[in-house]
Design a binder for this molecule. Structure first.
Ligand code: 5RP
Length: 234
C-alpha cells in the first residue's frame, strides 16, 4: 500500500508521532490502513523495547500486522476501557467554524464499522493523516457497510435521500468487496455534505445499514505529517 515518496513519508511521520502517545499499560485501538500501519509498526518496536500494551485491532489487516510486530492483542469485551485509538481517514474536514469541522470520512479499507466501534470507545482518538486528506469541503463519497440481502433496498433509499450509490467491486477478482463482517459496501456520493450530523443520523436509521463511514464529533486530534514534521489539528 505504498504511495509516492512524499506522501508515504508524511504518513510515516504522522503514524510514528501517534505511536509516541502510547504509555506503559495502555490498551490501544489499532486502526486500519497504510498510515496507521506505521503507528502499529512503531508500537511494535516499542513493545520490543519493553513497553507493556494491549492492542485491539479493527480489521483482519491490522490484526495480522499487530501479530507480526509482536503487539499482544485483546478484545473489546475483555477490557474496561481503551486508553487511545489511532486510526487513519480518507477525508478530514479542516474548516474551523463550520458545522462539518473535524468530521471524518472513513471506510476506504471497508473497515469503518469496527473502526467506529473501537475509535468511539476510546478515551482519546487520534487521527493520522497526510495533507492530501485535509479538506475544507466535505464532498467525498460515504461508504456504507450493508447486509448482503439489503444492498438493493438500501441503494433505493440512498437515491431517495438524493445520493448516488455504487456497489464496491473487488480489485483483484470478479464480484463485490466483502467486509471482515461478511457484508457489502455501497459507496454513496451526495455532492457537498454541509450538515454531516444530519446525514449521519439518516444513514444510521436505514434498515440494512450496519454502519456508515461518517465519523462526526469523534476525533480528538488529527496528526498531519508534513514535509518537515507533524502538525496537530484539533
Ligand atoms: C479503512 C480506513 C482507513 O483508515 C482509510 O482508508 C485511510 O487509509 P490510508 O491511511 O491507507 O490512507 O478508513 O477503512
Amino acid at each position: 500500500m505504498k504511495t509516492d515518496g512524499g506522501t508515504d513519508a508524511a504518513k510515516r511521520r504522522a503514524g510514528e508521532r501517534a505511536a509516541e502517545d502510547v504509555e506503559d499499560g495502555f490498551v490501544v485501538g489499532l486502526g486500519t490502513g497504510s498510515t496507521t500501519a506505521y503507528a502499529i509498526e512503531a508500537i511494535g518496536r516499542r513493545v520490543g523495547d519493553g513497553l507493556a500494551v494491549q492492542g485491539i485491532p479493527t480489521s483482519f489487516q491490522s490484526r495480522k500486522l499487530a501479530l507480526e510486530v509482536g503487539i499482544p492483542l485483546t478484545s473489546l469485551d475483555a477490557v474496561a476501557s481503551i486508553d487511545l485509538a489511532i486510526d487513519g481517514a480518507d477525508a478530514v474536514v479542516d474548516a474551523p467554524g463550520s458545522d462539518a469541522h473535524g468530521t471524518l470520512v472513513k471506510g476506504g479499507g471497508a473497515a469503518h464499522t469496527r473502526e467506529k466501534l473501537v475509535d468511539s470507545a476510546a478515551d482519546r482518538f487520534v487521527v493520522v493523516a497526510d495533507p492530501s486528506k485535509l479538506t475544507d469541503r466535505l464532498e467525498r463519497s460515504v461508504p456504507l457497510e450493508v447486509l448482503p440481502a439489503a444492498h438493493t433496498v438500501v441503494a433505493d433509499r440512498i437515491r431517495d435521500l438524493g445520493g448516488e450509490p455504487s456497489l464496491r467491486a473487488a480489485e483483484r477478482k470478479d464480484g463485490p468487496v466483502v467486509t471482515d463482517n461478511g457484508n457489502l459496501v455501497l459507496d454513496c456520493t451526495f455532492g457537498e455534505i454541509e450538515e454531516p450530523a444530519t446525514l449521519a443520523d439518516r444513514l444510521s436509521a436505514l434498515p440494512g445499514v450496519v454502519d456508515h463511514g461518517l465519523f462526526v464529533g469523534l476525533a480528538d486530534a488529527t496528526y498531519v505529517g508534513t514535509d518537515g514534521g507533524v502538525e496537530v489539528r484539533q
